[in-house]
Write a protein that binds this ligand. Sequence first.
Ligand SMILES: CC(C)(COP(=O)(O)OP(=O)(O)OC[C@H]1O[C@@H](n2cnc3c(N)ncnc32)[C@H](O)[C@@H]1OP(=O)(O)O)[C@@H](O)C(=O)NCCC(=O)NCCS
Length: 188
Amino acid sequence: MITTSTVSVEPAADVRRHPAAAGAEVSIRPAERGDAPAIDRLVAANVGPGLLLPRSSADILRHVSRFLVATRGGEVIGCGELAPLSKTMSEVRSLVVVAAERGGGIGSRLLAAVVAGGRRQGAARVCAFTHIPRAFVAQGFSIVPHTWLPEKIMTDCQACEWFRRCAQYAVVIELGGSRGRGPRRGSP
Ligand SMILES: CC(C)(COP(=O)(O)OP(=O)(O)OC[C@H]1O[C@@H](n2cnc3c(N)ncnc32)[C@H](O)[C@@H]1OP(=O)(O)O)[C@@H](O)C(=O)NCCC(=O)NCCS
């Protein structure tokens, strides 16, 4: 089960210009169906600059229960999804914080919460493809060759226009979960 956490973060510059939002806490919680349009807008705003892969509104709505959202004063200011790629591997997708709120630690909080969800679900490994590996490495991910993630290549990469000329870093973290693994040899 994904739980809600409330964290205090330093307000970003734009928030300091809006007294009503200043001082409001940032909460991270599971997304609800009503959050889908806000998630859609967050993702769409980062597709053009080439930071995120495009997602259809229908796809986001179908998978909205996999998302966590960060909110301030009730407004969705960030999101991230944990999507299963195989029985043992899950992927962080569509991790984004609204531009005005970046650099204040919200992305790190979201990523930590998404990974914690993977750990609770028993995932053995969580991966991501990203232009910003630093945010992931800071949380224990390692940069690996793309070919170490065949699940991702089979699922998405082969159909992607950037296949074989992709500039993104593949990152992975070992969680040690046992989801999808058979019983250990010698276990009853
Ligand atoms: C990636 C993103 C979610 C990070 O959110 P954020 O709230 O700014 O992140 P944080 O403030 O928690 O910073 C996390 C780390 O990432 C680093 N970082 C963030 N943006 C960066 C950038 N554009 N380039 C290099 N490093 C960056 C920070 O320096 C920080 O590292 P540090 O703690 O070692 O200094 C945000 O920049 C974003 O929405 N980017 C556009 C979408 C995207 O690229 N998503 C990632 C695809 S998986």
